[in-house]
Design a protein around this ligand. Structure first.
Ligand code: MN
Length: 302
């Protein structure tokens, strides 16, 4: 981050991707923006309603070097992993899986469901000192919330307005869902050493004088000490943050690494059924890794 980024405010359109039958908008990474703090991946799915079919069925697949954070606005997602963890996350709760040196998991709409799905999945890159740790999984049915006059702020990662999420992270981080009351204003104190991003989740909301458009990630450069949100109709916004990640990462498929060799090794281990274990709760074939092709050099630092 250069000095000219201080206090900037830039909008980046999401891309549309498909995950099986599920349509997703991917806000991170995009070509122009690889990370916001340690956050290196942000998928928004839903809101959608469904009948007999299950919109999310992601067969077992591996991860390294990251944490997945699943936060829902409605519906439910069932998580099963190679540690034997099993948890259904619902609105207000959060699932955090720390891949460390390697884990595999499946994510599915459970058979018993509300017929609704709306949420986000985020990945946070693990810093070098912690990226080879033993994998772990945490599931909370409720995260700390702050009731302000302008709305309700739920903190699923990090700390804001005196609320601290008990989820474990390995670098400074912020992940917040701000639900504004109709006509409400929320003045959020930001850490100036963090960069931040805003994503409109529901209805409408303005950041200072700018109405936030859905499907765009608004990135606030470091150097800001506050953000003022207001909504006429009662909107909902995701706020992410963290200090600029001071390490170059290399992302390929579900892996966050540093070098092409680490990626090749992780793919070879997945292909040969080693390192990542099995997901015993999932019946059916696992996901196969794509062909490696040519691995680009590590991303430019963002
Ligand atoms: Mn995954």
């Amino acid at each position: 981050m250069t000095e000219t980024d201080q206090g900037t405010f830039a909008a980046y359109p999401s891309r549309h991707v498909r995950l099986g039958v599920l349509e997703i908008t991917r806000a991170l990474p995009i070509r122009q923006r690889r990370m916001v703090g340690p956050w290196c991946f942000l998928d928004r799915f839903g809101p959608l309603s469904f009948g007999e079919e299950r919109p999310m069925v992601v067969a077992p697949h591996p991860h390294i070097g990251l944490q997945t954070v699943t936060w829902l606005l409605s519906g439910e997602v069932r998580h099963d992993d190679s540690l034997g963890s099993e948890a259904v996350v619902r609105a207000g709760g959060v699932n955090v899986m720390t891949a460390g040196r390697g884990i595999s998991h499946a994510e599915r709409t459970p058979v018993t469901n509300t017929g609704e799905l709306s949420g986000v999945q985020l990945w946070a890159a693990l810093p070098d000192a912690h990226r080879a740790i033993t994998p772990t999984f945490e599931s909370l049915t409720e995260v700390p919330a702050v009731e302000a006059s302008g709305g309700v702020v739920q903190v699923f990662s990090g700390s804001l307005m005196g609320a601290t999420s008990p989820t474990t992270h390995y670098s400074e981080i912020l992940g917040v869902d701000a639900a504004l009351h109709a006509g409400g204003q929320l003045d959020l104190a930001l850490r100036p050493d963090f960069e931040h991003a805003l994503l409109l989740l529901e209805r409408e909301c303005s950041f200072e004088q700018s109405p936030l458009q859905s499907g765009k990630l608004y990135v606030l450069g470091a150097g800001r000490s506050s953000a003022s949100l207001h909504s006429k109709g009662g909107g909902r916004v995701l706020l992410l943050g963290g200090p600029p990640f001071g390490e170059q990462i290399l992302m390929w498929w579900n892996f966050v690494a540093r070098t092409p060799d680490e990626i090749r090794e992780a793919k070879a281990d997945w292909d040969s059924h080693s390192r990542f274990g099995q997901v015993p709760a999932y019946e059916g074939p696992r996901l196969e890794a794509p062909q490696l092709g040519k691995l680009a050099a590590a991303n430019p630092m963002s």
